[in-house]
Ligand binder design. Structure first.
Ligand code: ATP
Ligand code: MG
Length: 763
């Protein structure tokens, strides 16, 4: 009715989809359709509603399109190509060619001998015969830009288990950076040897023979070498930083995507604070890779280069150094296990601390209003005591190897020198001269650090293993990605049928739904009533595909719900709950909720449908009014109406309202209910409410009790036939009855009994 004119992308697609008016499509739409056809070739059905146009682009660039496809599990790349390279792409899947008018063509084949390409009309079905186009004609239209689309063979990449193997692959994707870093490290190591070598010469020759000329040339050489070392070190740090940043971004994106792909059910069974705490452990892993692992890796290069040199200077001193360094490594290894134990306990304690803090902040309203601060504080004290205990125990344990290692370290840095001096004095023929001693002074320490680093790496690996395990505990749960990206996308009208549905919540002991069977035609307004815990919300949750492991069949317009693409399914529903989350942002942002392709007209239309227009316009900045954190500048009723606007803006064929009005005052409720009747036209509505009076106008009311269906029918019929419904009705409308009774018989004392007598015994 007062639907704004549909100028958006979405409506364009619908037009061409359903009414076959392809000639009306804008060039931009043709480009999108060509892209969708290329994706379809790889078995991915794209939803045009996922496409987010870049501001300022009249027609999407290949890069924008590639971003869209990549987000949908394909591998796409935009590039600029010459004709002679284009005709070499004969064995490739369909390629999108960008045209100068902003539209695009779909290249499905090439004949390099005849120098022609085959284009298929992107608006026609797959299998439509393509048309041959030669160079001159193509050049007139083609910009030279193409979009390559590949199937993501490793579709599982986003599904890969998060463990050491995954981590390794993540790091390996930075091969080129790793190679460059290795090369620069090698060069740095070599550059580090030369000064030692030169100083050795200085001590042996220059000082002994007092040769000024040699000193000058050696100084020159040293300056040059130092300069190169500074330069290479700079380059290596730069490379390491870039690699670290990229790795960090990749890990962050990957984990976030994985987190969002987890089913709602999963989050309901977990404490939010713990989920956040555990996922955050992945950053420990990142720090490990870019910090310790990297350092050790680089140090090892130094070791490889320096060791032969040390052996060249003096075999005895080299062995002494290695033995001492090896013992250091051994000590560290011995402590790995106990340290791992303490470390794990510390992490666990810190996680508890994190979730306690989160709970207090998230539930601060309850904490404050019930004056729970002292109790929370007491709990906090115990938690902190636990954290402190494990923290101290861990550091104490850590202190041991660090202490034990010190004498060995001293031996390498001081003892070896003394022994060298001793050999030098007692056995001048052993080849240990003063130069060699100085060289050892400069290089000996560098042997210990990589070995110790290596040993420490093993300690950290236990820590990282724990951290990875923690993150994996959350992220390795089965995601619903497959259901979100595959499956049917039928046109939804809104007929629903439940066929012998049995459902038990994961971990639940009794069935939440028992053999529920009913069906309603499209456009029905269905009310759901029943006592608390009777399974009303469960019915709405099954409808939205929150749980798919139920027994029986649930059909939407005759299609098995399990077969339907989850994203498509959920987009077909508008859902309003009792407590709706408003995001930080303006009112307009909250109504569109960041979904692309929604215009201001649509926002206003949705607000009007929800009965929110009037109060929004009274707000200081109208639709641009900023909703504060916790939506303090908005009342409960207004909040609810915003949630309804957010739900209707996509014009869903089905709407679910689960106690959407129960937190409202009678006036707001009446207002929302009046709007609901307005909204209900042309839609299937499922309304859960405890206030039966608001369901009187429903076409049908389903009465639930302990997971079982009691009756289904219109209000009048239920009032006659269904005991439970009648009881509930009378309980809620007693005063109304009282009123009518007292009008009829002036003796008000019997009223209660009058009402009571209607309530059957035992309910
Ligand atoms: N996430 C869950 N995990 C396990 N059991 C659940 C879960 N949610 C609900 N249940 C159980 O399933 C049964 C039905 O719950 P449901 O939420 O559907 O009731 P309801 O009719 O919506 O109640 P209310 O009117 O209080 O909202 C209850 O016994 C409840 O204990
Ligand atoms: Mg409920």
């Amino acid at each position: 009715m007062d639907q704004p004119d549909k100028g958006s992308i979405q409506s364009g697609a619908e037009q061409s989809n359903n009414q076959e008016k392809p000639h009306k499509l804008s060039p931009m739409m043709i480009r999108l359709r060509a892209t969708m056809a290329a994706a379809k070739y790889h078995g991915i059905d794209l939803d045009i509603r996922d496409f987010a146009a870049e501001p300022g682009e009249s027609s999407p660039s290949p890069a924008t399109l590639a971003r869209w496809l990549n987000s949908q599990g394909l591998i796409a790349k935009g590039m600029r190509l010459k004709w002679r390279y284009l005709i070499r792409l004969y064995n490739s899947p369909p390629i999108v060619l960008m045209f100068k008018d902003g539209s695009a063509g779909l290249m499905v084949g090439v004949n390099p001998q005849k120098r022609i390409v085959f284009l298929r009309d992107p608006l026609k079905e797959e299998g439509t015969p393509p048309i041959a186009v030669e160079e001159v004609r193509l050049r007139q239209a083609w910009t030279g830009d193409i979009l390559l689309v590949k199937a993501n063979k490793k579709l599982s990449e986003s599904e890969e288990k998060i463990d050491f193997k995954w981590l390794f692959r993540m790091v390996l994707r930075e091969r080129t950076s790793l190679r460059d870093i290795s090369i620069s490290s090698m060069i740095i190591s070599v550059l580090q040897i030369f000064p030692a070598f030169i100083v050795m010469q200085v001590v042996n020759r220059v000082v002994a023979f007092q040769s000024m000329a040699t000193l000058v040339s050696i100084t020159g050489l040293l300056i040059v070498l130092s300069f190169y070392e500074v330069l290479m070190s700079y380059a290596r740090r730069e490379l390491t930083n870039v690699m670290g940043t990229r790795l960090d971004a990749r890990i962050s994106i990957h984990t976030y995507n994985r987190l969002l792909a987890l089913p709602l059910e999963f989050f309901e069974r977990q404490q939010a604070g713990r989920v956040i705490g555990k996922v955050a452990q992945i950053y420990q892993v990142r720090d490990f890779i870019t910090g310790r692992l990297m350092m050790t890796f680089l140090d090892l290069f130094t070791l490889v280069v320096i060791l032969p040199f040390l052996f060249y200077i003096s075999i005895i001193l080299a062995w002494l150094t290695i033995t001492a360094a090896g013992m250091i490594g051994l000590i560290v290894v011995i402590f790995i296990k106990p340290l791992g134990y303490y470390y794990g306990s510390r992490i666990e304690a810190e996680m508890t601390r994190g979730s306690a803090m989160y709970e207090s902040v998230a539930g601060i309203r309850t904490v404050k209003t019930l004056a729970l601060e002292p109790a929370r504080r007491r709990e906090w004290d115990t938690i902190i005591a636990d954290v402190s205990k494990w923290r101290l125990a861990t550091s104490r344990m850590q202190n041991w190897p660090e202490t034990l290692v010190m004498p060995l370290d001293f031996f390498i840095n001081r003892g070896v020198i003394l022994i060298g001096a001793f050999i030098c004095i007692t056995n001048p023929t052993a080849g240990v001269d003063s130069g060699a001693i100085v060289a050892f002074m400069m290089l000996g320490g560098r042997v210990a650090s990589p070995l110790v680093g290596l040993a420490k790496l093993m300690t950290t690996i236990t820590e990282v293993g724990t951290a990875l395990g923690q993150a994996g505990e959350i992220l390795n749960n089965p995601t619903e990605t497959k259901a979100l990206t595959t499956g049917l996308r039928p046109k939804i009208i809104g007929a629903l049928s439940f066929e012998h549905i049995n459902f038990t919540y994961p971990g639940g002991t009794s069935r939440a739904l028992k053999n529920v069977t009913f069906s309603i035609p499209a456009g029905t307004m269905l009310g759901l009533v029943g006592r608390s815990g009777s399974g009303k919300s469960t019915i709405t949750r099954l409808l939205q595909g929150v749980s798919r492991n139920y027994e029986g069949f649930l059909r939407l317009d005759g299609v098995d719900l399990r077969e339907i693409n989850l994203t498509h399914l959920r987009r077909s529903f508008g859902v309003v709950l009792q407590d709706n989350f408003l995001f930080r942002g303006t009112i307009k942002d909250n109504i569109t909720a960041g979904r692309p392709g929604l215009t201001m007209e649509k926002v206003i239309w949705a607000a009007r449908m929800a009965g929110a227009e009037e109060f929004i316009e009274r707000m200081p900045a109208g639709y641009d009014t900023f909703i504060e954190e916790g939506s303090t500048n908005i009342s409960g009723g207004q909040r609810q109406r915003l949630a309804i606007a957010r739900a209707v803006i996509l014009d869903p064929k089905l709407m679910i309202l689960d106690e959407a009005t129960s937190a409202l005052d009678p006036e707001s409720e009446a207002l929302v209910n009046a709007n609901l009747e307005h909204i209900a036209k042309g839609r299937t509505m499922v309304i859960v409410s405890h206030r039966l009076s608001s369901l009187v106008n429903c076409d049908k009311i389903l009465v639930m009790d302990q997971g079982e269906m009691q009756a289904i029918g219109p209000h009048e019929e239920l009032l006659e036939n269904c005991e439970i419904y009648r009881t509930l009705w009378l309980q809620q409308n007693r005063h109304v009855n009282d009123h009518s009774h007292s009008r009829n018989n002036k003796d008000g004392q019997n009223d209660d009994c009058g009402a009571q007598s209607l309530i059957p015994e035992g309910t």
